[in-house]
Design a protein around this ligand. Structure first.
Ligand code: IPE
Ligand code: IPE
Ligand code: MG
Length: 248
């Protein structure tokens, strides 16, 4: 955590790394008698809003859950629209991210995406690789269990190649092979849409994150709501296993 001043001038603890489960697009659209896809499209504005909010607040890393490894089970048409939307947003928004010194990356098992989408992702990552501002990670075909299993597989390969011994496997070395290992620890995990679950998101990384759940559906989430989450975080006492007296 870093100490920073808000525009209002109060001191608050700014989370260095925030992740968001952007949920509620479908219900938002259905409540207006529109197709679920309309909700996904509207959700892009909320993404822009939180990126802006994160930069303003001085957050170092923002990680957004865009598509889970389980979301392939949705109707084919919805999955296909989500892929098109992803492609469209990449093509349209990355230049602006670059202009704002944002480093962009996609985390997850990208092998299941089309070659065209994979190429577009790689191009966007390369373009922004040397940027020094906010790190924006999009989790796509991401699953927390996959992430941990994948890290275990990498360690197993190193053992097989005699680069390390089984005794070298510990929390630190496993962590190094998980997604986002190069970023500050996850401080705050937000979920919109009113459900109280993690849906296989950052299982490993959320070990000591603060959780913030809101009823607001993702397309209605904006900079003000984002600030509200940060301000709630500021009120929390993080004890990391110690007593309240120890951390005061
Ligand atoms: C989150 O919104 C976006 C994705 C999972 C891609 P949903 O599509 O899950 O919206 P609800 O939860 O059905 O309202
Ligand atoms: C989690 O939302 C995944 C994303 C926001 C991308 P879901 O809507 O898929 O989660 P469940 O199915 O309600 O747990
Ligand atoms: Mg949902």
């Amino acid at each position: 955590m870093t100490i920073s001043t808000t525009p209002a001038g109060q001191y608050i603890n700014i989370p260095k790394h925030i992740a968001i489960i952007m949920d509620g697009n479908g219900r938002w659209a259905q409540a207006q008698g529109k197709s679920r896809v309309t909700g996904h499209k509207a959700g892009v504005d909320s993404v822009r809003a939180v990126v802006r909010g994160a930069r303003k607040a001085g957050v170092e890393a923002l990680t957004l859950f865009a598509f889970s490894s389980e979301n392939w089970q949705r109707p084919e048409q919805e999955v296909s629209v989500l892929m098109d939307l992803f492609m469209y947003v990449l093509t349209k928004e990355v230049k602006r991210l670059h202009k704002n010194n944002i480093r962009f990356q996609v985390v997850g098992d990208l092998s299941r995406f089309s070659a065209k989408l994979q190429k577009n992702i790689a191009k966007s990552e390369q373009l922004t690789a040397d940027n020094t501002g906010l790190v924006l990670s999009i989790a796509a075909n991401y699953g927390g269990r996959w992430d941990i299993a994948n890290a275990a597989k990498k360690l197993a390969l190193q053992v097989k190649n005699a680069e390390i011994s089984p005794d070298d496997i510990d929390e630190v070395s496993l962590h190094e092979h998980t997604c986002l290992a190069q970023l500050p620890p996850l401080d705050l995990l937000i979920r919109t849409g009113g459900d109280f679950r993690i849906s296989n998101f950052l299982l490993w990384q959320a070990a000591y994150a603060e959780f913030y759940f809101t009823e607001i559906l993702w397309p209605d989430f904006n900079e003000v709501e984002f600030e509200q989450a940060i301000s709630t975080f500021d009120q929390r006492e993080r004890r990391f296993g110690k007593t309240g007296e120890q951390v005061k």
